[in-house]
Design a protein around this ligand. Structure first.
Ligand SMILES: Nc1nc2c(ncn2[C@@H]2O[C@H](COP(=O)(O)OP(=O)(O)OP(=O)(O)O)[C@@H](O)[C@H]2O)c(=O)[nH]1
Ligand SMILES: [Zn+2]
Length: 212
């Protein structure tokens, strides 16, 4: 059995050109899929130029509070901007994964904020409401990449679990590029908890260097 068969198959449902203000006004292709393993409405955002060798790829997990409302409790909003800015320069793909709250959903995440305000860290707060510390899996992401014909990528992340899981699903990670550290007074505890949980948090940033 090939890795592709083991992963299951999906197909491209539509490719929709959209001008993205947050990617320096570049026209990106938003790609929707049929047959993803978890039936989620995950989205691929393809920004030109197309690198056929090992494109820059960012797996971004949905964070409504950070991505849309600009909450400074986490670093998701600045990370999304950082990724889109890099893609505007170098081209590549952002997968917008509907994994709100590391997979526990928006309402549950907001409940954990109340626990965090009393001193519990972000991962422990998930456990206190009976959920996993991080419930995300990246099978759908791997299937999306393969469906787009992307088998070898340069991955923008500080999260070793993303690298490990994509490799396990047959994606060749040619290089891992760190995301910047987007420290604010409001997210210091959040970043410290990520570092304790195994994220590689580089001391450089906020801009990441990407070789052409
Ligand atoms: N449960 C929970 N989820 C959170 C919290 N803050 C942000 N998130 C979610 O965390 C996810 C982003 O994950 P992070 O751990 O910040 O970063 P990452 O994507 O694993 O790692 P990088 O690739 O290095 O950015 C998004 O789905 C957010 O909704 C929180 O306090 N509790
Ligand atoms: Zn966030």
């Amino acid at each position: 059995m090939t890795a592709g068969a083991a992963l299951g198959a999906a197909t491209v449902r539509a490719r929709v050109p959209v001008d993205l203000h947050r990617a320096a006004g570049r026209t990106a292709e938003l790609v929707t899929f049929r047959g993803l393993p978890d039936d989620g409405e995950h989205l691929a955002c393809l920004v030109p130029p197309r690198d056929t060798r090992a494109p820059l790829v960012r797996l971004h997990s949905e964070c409504l509070t950070g991505d849309v409302f600009g909450s400074t409790r986490c670093d998701c909003g600045p990370q999304l901007d950082e990724a889109l800015n890099l893609l505007a320069v170098h081209g590549g793909v952002l997968l917008y994964l509907r994994q709100e709250g590391r997979g526990i959903g928006l309402y549950n995440k907001l409940d954990t904020y109340l626990l965090q305000d009393r001193g519990t860290d972000t991962f422990e707060a998930n456990r206190l409401i009976g959920r996993g510390a991080d419930e995300r899996d990246y099978l759908a992401a791997a299937v999306m990449l393969r469906t787009l014909g992307l088998h070898r990528v340069r991955l923008l992340t500080n999260n070793p679990d993303k690298v490990r899981q994509l490799r396990d699903h047959g994606i060749d990670i040619a290089e891992t590029l760190p995301t910047g550290v987007h420290l604010t007074p409001g997210n210091a505890a959040y970043l410290e908890a990520k570092a304790r949980s195994g994220h590689h948090l580089p001391v450089r940033g906020p801009e990441t260097e990407v070789r052409a």
